[in-house]
Design a protein around this ligand. Structure first.
Ligand SMILES: [Zn+2]
Length: 361
């Protein structure tokens, strides 16, 4: 009932009033969170969960307080850290640090580094925080690259961990940063019974990818076989992957690593593999000779010009002058629609817009 009234109330608010209300509520939410963590930490300290029939604070939070596992995990870690370092509560209450930031930092805080870490963490996003924490930790031993076939059973049975198919995760080499409840499953030696001999190959150090193997050939017969790749890499690769993800967002909305790597590698091969290049040249229609004068399609030279002018960002500006920050989901948009006679080959009539702002136009 309450939420119905809330919805009706919000719908009736003017834009400015709605935004102001949201801000006020978020401030209250942060204060509440600090209060929740203080209480939760004290319940934990007194072990009040135990006489009430719960084996752990985690069980109590999930079963009695109805938090999701992730939410319980973050709150318990943050509450315990706040018992040792009470300033965390005021950072949370003032919205200076987020709950996920605190739970990431919690296992690494010491009386010596607390001031430094808590200050440097302010305003950082999750990835930046993980990077910052990684700098504090000793480097993990270098891992050998591995490419191995995965037994179908281990793909389907992914319900327990966060490691199921489709859930790529970036791990910055600080395995303790990943919540242990959902962290990577240890590679069990018997996990690979179905792989044919010679195909399961944890490669030691040599370059394990074949030149033009069936794995990379989309034209080949469809196979349900799945392969797990694992390697550690530099931040150069991380940045390149993130950039490719942004650029490919249209084609691959889920931005799975599999799609990104596949797309980029096939593109590389089609350009540099002599056999493929010849095939492509033979099948490519002889275009661009004529008939391109009027087309909805924005030609490449205009795309390049517009991309440079708009700095690869959505060009939308709000009434208060704030420019949209989006660098993904970008589309080339006709300022005057093509259907209304707007030109595609005039950079002045083309702009970059993100999806949200394309809809607005
Ligand atoms: Zn935008």
């Amino acid at each position: 009932m309450m939420s119905m009234d809330e919805l009706r109330f919000c719908r009736a608010l003017a834009d400015e009033a709605l935004l102001a209300r949201l801000k006020t509520l978020v401030v209250q939410e942060q204060r509440h969170l600090a209060g929740v963590l203080a209480s939760l930490g004290e319940v934990d300290r007194r072990r009040l969960f135990s006489p009430r029939g719960f084996e752990s604070m985690f069980e109590y939070c999930v079963s009695e307080l109805r938090y999701s596992e992730g939410a319980a995990y973050r709150r318990i870690h943050a509450a315990r850290a706040a018992r040792d370092f009470p300033e965390i509560l005021s950072y949370l209450a003032d919205g200076i640090l987020s709950l996920s930031a605190v739970s990431l930092l919690a296992p690494h805080l010491t009386p010596e580094n607390r001031a430094d870490l808590l200050t440097r963490a302010q305003g950082k996003r999750k990835r930046e925080l993980e990077r910052m924490i990684a700098e504090f930790l000793p480097l993990p031993p270098p891992q050998a690259d591995s490419i191995r076939y995965v037994a179908p059973a281990s793909i389907q049975g992914g319900g327990a961990g966060g490691d199921a198919e489709g859930a790529d995760h970036f791990d910055l080499g600080t395995s303790s940063v990943v919540p242990s409840a959902t962290g990577g499953l240890p590679p069990s030696p018997g996990a690979n019974p179905a792989a044919p001999a010679g195909q399961s190959r944890p490669s030691e150090s040599g370059p394990p990818i074949q030149e033009d193997g069936p794995l990379l050939d989309r034209g080949g017969p469809a196979s349900a076989a799945r392969v797990r790749f694992s390697f550690t890499a530099s931040e150069t690769l991380l940045r390149a992957v993130e950039r490719a993800r942004e650029l490919l967002r249209h084609k691959h909305p889920l931005a799975r690593l599999e799609d990104i790597f596949c797309e980029v590698l096939l593109e590389y091969l089609s350009r540099h593999d002599p056999g493929r290049r010849l095939r492509r040249r033979r099948t490519r229609p002889r275009a661009r000779a004529g008939g391109a004068a009027s087309s909805r399609r924005v030609p490449q030279w205009v795309r390049d010009r517009v991309w440079e002018r708009d700095q690869g960002r959505c060009s939308f500006r709000a009434a208060d002058g704030r420019r949209c920050e989006a660098r993904a989901w970008l589309e080339f948009d006709h300022v005057r629609p093509y259907a209304l006679g707007g030109a595609s080959d005039d950079p002045a009539n083309v702009r970059l817009l993100c999806r949200a702002h394309k809809v607005l136009q």
